[in-house]
Design a protein around this ligand. Structure first.
Ligand code: ADP
Length: 558
């Protein structure tokens, strides 16, 4: 009956636990794992970063265009007009002197087949520069007669302040590739039907060392460059289409494959912007993100399992306690009833006055006394226990001669022990210094131990009690040769209500309180109760008390 009740209670608890915690938590975990798998398959982390990178590259392109525009706008204002005649050259020179970022300036007028050019006067002494620049000018001169008309036509269609363009590409200077870029526009005051073009060519060194590094730096440090994996440093470079070596690179560029690239549209033709993270790749970041999430998920699962285990353990413990309490009530009622029935039976027999032999009277009186003593002991145990549970148990410590206390306690019990056919051995050491104890509590502990030895012995009827001093302690020892206690139950027997699983134990009356009281009493004295036991061989219980009372206070307080 009790087994069935336990099973349903336990199943119920498990079901509640599962429904209330495990199912939702497991569903959440499952969903997160599914989500992560999904992310992994879709590579969505990587895709998001790539989108960010493309966005940054677009900003870099736009910034370059704006900065080029700002550079060219003043030049257009200062530029000569085809009608300036012989002053054109001097005006071009002035423009170049004011703007060292240009390698040369040129003015073309188709009507007069006029091309006036001037190299940067600041670099007149640089022969290599003059040589390469002249090559570029020659190239321009060959290109203008055929292309100028369509270029002008195209510019005329644009809004006034936007009517300018950039044209560029790679050329060989000696055996080295160099980038050239020419800005073209219609000089101010040229009549609409005339084909005339003003041109300034950017100095390659200026583009490579100043213009683009500034653009890259501005873009990377700008607040609008928000990158998702912002713990990593983005780095940029610019390279030629068929050559991946950086032509311009941000200061912390650390080599390796760029993650994303973008070809400059019309502004700087034939240049490619590239971006990546310093020291890592997008794939790495994606993997790290997944790994991190899996670890967090794993840790959460462990915590959840731990939590469930703890809850389950606590619930089980509470359920066990509830069961033990129920058993306790049954046991105690039984224990109360038996002595009462005996007392009543013998008292009634005495009352009838039919006994003849005087010894019979004596025996009946003794039985009544013993049974009432058992009742008293049981009730004392229960009262003590309830006081302890309510935290109201107080001890009255007095300097005591332990040998006297043990002897007098045993005296009232000796007869009963021997009556039950037990061999009784007493080794009480008399020269133990006085110890400060609660006499009643110690006597009760001893009686509980002796009583257990009586109860849990079968054929080998032996009880030994010893009192001796061991170092700074007084040991009170009770030995028997009874049924013993299995090792895995030796700690549990000191718990309240606990009774060993042995069926024999369940045929013996008991409340499961005795040893828990003994332990409480021993600890209140700063001592401990220890057990050594072998099943079928017997047990030895030792109450070890400190001689020094200060130890008691310290331990009790702890
Ligand atoms: P009770 O004896 O009332 O059941 P106790 O707290 O005194 O309660 O003991 C708890 C359990 O420990 C007992 O039920 C019994 O199983 C076991 N036990 C105690 N003393 C002995 C002993 N001397 N020999 C064997 N088992 C014992």
């Amino acid at each position: 009956m009790s087994k069935k009740w336990r099973l349903t209670e336990r199943t119920k608890t498990l079901l509640t636990l599962e429904l209330a915690i495990v199912l939702p938590a497991a569903a959440l975990m499952g969903f997160s794992i599914w989500n992560l798998k999904h992310i992994q398959r879709d590579k969505s982390v990587e895709a998001a970063i790539q989108r960010d990178f493309q966005h940054v590259l677009k900003i870099a392109e736009r910034t370059s265009w704006h900065q080029a525009k700002d550079l060219i706008a003043p030049v257009r204002k200062e530029f000569p007009n085809p009608d300036d005649g012989p002053q054109i050259k001097a005006k071009l020179e002035r423009v170049l002197l004011a703007h060292p970022e240009y390698a040369y300036a040129a003015l073309y007028d188709k009507k007069n087949n006029l091309l006036v050019t001037r190299m940067q006067p600041g670099r007149d002494h640089d022969q290599a520069f003059c040589g390469f620049t002249q090559e570029d000018i020659n190239m321009l001169a060959s290109w203008l007669p055929s292309e100028a008309s369509s270029t002008v036509k195209h510019l005329r269609k644009m809004k006034e302040e936007e009517s300018w363009g950039l044209y560029g590409g790679w050329t060989l200077h000696g055996n080295q590739h160099a980038y050239w870029n020419v800005a073209y526009f219609i000089p101010e005051g040229v009549s609409p039907d005339r084909v005339a073009l003003g041109m300034v060519a950017f100095d390659e060194d200026y583009l490579r060392k100043t213009f683009f590094p500034t653009v890259v730096k501005d873009v990377l440090s700008s607040k609008s460059t928000v990158l998702r994996a912002d713990a990593n440093l983005p780095v940029m470079m610019i390279h030629a289409p068929r050559d991946s070596t950086p032509w311009v690179a941000s200061t912390d560029w650390d080599g390796g494959e760029p993650e994303e690239e973008r070809r400059f549209a019309d502004v700087f033709p034939d240049l490619i912007l590239a971006i990546k993270y310093q020291g890592t790749t997008i794939a790495d970041i994606g993997n790290r993100f997944l790994r991190y999430n899996y670890i967090v998920l794993g840790a959460l699962s462990v915590l959840m399992v731990g939590g469930i285990w703890l809850t389950y353990r606590n619930v089980s413990r509470e359920m066990n306690l509830a069961r033990l309490k129920a058993d306790f009530v049954a046991n105690v009622s039984h224990e109360l009833r038996t002595p009462l029935a005996l007392i009543r039976l013998y008292a009634e027999t005495l009352e009838l006055g039919r006994l003849t032999a005087k010894e019979k009277y004596q025996e009946y009186f003794r039985i009544i006394r013993e049974e009432s003593e058992r009742l008293t002991a049981l009730i004392n145990n229960i009262l003590d226990f309830s006081r302890i549970e309510a935290g109201r148990k107080e001890y009255e410590f007095k300097e005591t001669n332990m040998a006297d206390l043990v002897r007098s306690t045993l005296d009232s019990y000796r007869f009963q022990i021997e009556q039950n056919g037990f061999a009784f051995e007493e080794n009480i050491c008399s020269d133990i210094p006085p110890v400060s104890v609660d006499r009643e509590a110690i006597a009760r502990s001893l009686l509980n131990l002796v009583n257990n030895a009586l109860k849990y012995s079968k054929d080998q009827k032996y009880i030994g009690v010893s009192l001796y001093q061991a170092n700074s302690r007084v040991n009170l020892e009770v030995r028997d040769r009874g049924i013993g206690i299995p090792p895995n139950e030796q700690e549990k027997i000191f718990e309240k209500f606990y009774r060993c699983g042995d069926p024999l134990v369940h045929n013996i009356k008991g409340s499961g309180l005795g040893l828990s009281l003994v332990r409480h009493i021993a600890r209140a004295h700063g001592g401990e109760v220890l057990v050594e036991s072998t099943p079928e061989k017997g047990s030895k219980f030792t109450i070890a008390l400190p001689l020094d009372p200060s130890l008691r206070t310290a331990q009790a307080a702890a």
